[in-house]
Design a protein around this ligand. Structure first.
Ligand code: AMP
Length: 240
């Protein structure tokens, strides 16, 4: 059961009574939103929208939106609100699924208010991961550009250093995983996105997960598994 919030606002009623359940997954960049989202999609059949993936696709396709977003993304800044709001809300309107998972949106107050006009947010999940861990994780993450296969040198290294296991091609670091960009992304997160936690807390929809219920897994550097061990039963209870 979720906490009671300000009357008439967000998820102050039991979520099982609500028809369309919009869930947000929030947290610092590189904090495991993608990993946790994959598990939620598998277990709860969510329609998933990741703004990072949407933007990367637009950049790859060279669309006007992608060209506009590219330099912001490479330097670790947030793209302008109007660009991302139009992109996400036009998708959200078309969804017929009763379970929607928004991953990486909203990231600013303006985005949150725009979303409120279209959808009622029932659950805002925050993955709380310390900044030092983010810096360590992102610096160890390398990808195979052709397939998107991701490796992490600390727990999922490629068989041969710097090479993709299947093709043998070179791995690269995402521009926004490079140290200067990570610093900028964390700063943007602290300034723009962290205040949204209070926004959703006041509405009574915020649930924070930091893995501390499962310290053994955290100690073994498996924070995402530790978080999911607590998150899954919460979602089962909330979504029914
Ligand atoms: P992500 O993969 O979610 O970390 O997103 C990668 C990058 O896309 C971010 O560093 C931002 O530049 C941009 N981005 C993703 N979602 C948003 C958003 N909601 N608002 C502004 N920029 C975003």
């Amino acid at each position: 059961m979720l906490q009671l919030g300000k009357a008439g606002r967000c998820a102050w009623r039991p979520v099982s009574l609500v028809r369309c359940k919009t869930t947000l997954i929030m947290g610092p960049p590189g904090g495991g939103k993608g990993t946790i989202s994959k598990k939620l999609i598998k277990d709860f059949n969510f329609h998933h929208i990741s703004t990072g993936d949407l933007l990367r696709t637009q950049v790859r396709l060279g669309t006007p939106q992608g060209l506009k977003a590219k330099s912001y993304m490479e330097s670790g800044d947030l793209v302008p609100d109007e660009l991302i709001i139009d992109m996400v809300l036009s998708k959200v309107e078309d969804i017929s699924s009763s379970r929607v998972l928004l991953d990486g949106f909203p990231r600013t107050r303006v985005q949150a208010e725009a979303l409120d006009k279209k959808k009622q947010v029932e659950i805002a999940i925050n993955l709380a991961v310390p900044n030092e861990e983010i810096v360590r994780r992102t610096s160890s993450r390398w990808i195979h550009p052709g397939s998107g296969r991701t490796y992490a040198y600390d727990y999922n290294p490629p068989k041969e250093e710097g090479k993709d296991d299947e093709t043998g091609e070179s791995l690269i670091q995402r521009d926004d995983d490079k140290p200067a960009a990570v610093k900028a992304r964390l700063q943007e997160y602290d300034n723009q996105t962290l205040p949204l936690l209070d926004y959703y807390k006041e509405k009574g929809c915020l649930r924070q997960f930091d893995g501390s219920d499962n310290p053994d897994l955290v100690a073994k550097d498996r924070r995402s598994d530790a978080i999911y061990a607590s998150l899954k039963p919460f979602m089962q209870g909330s979504l029914g």
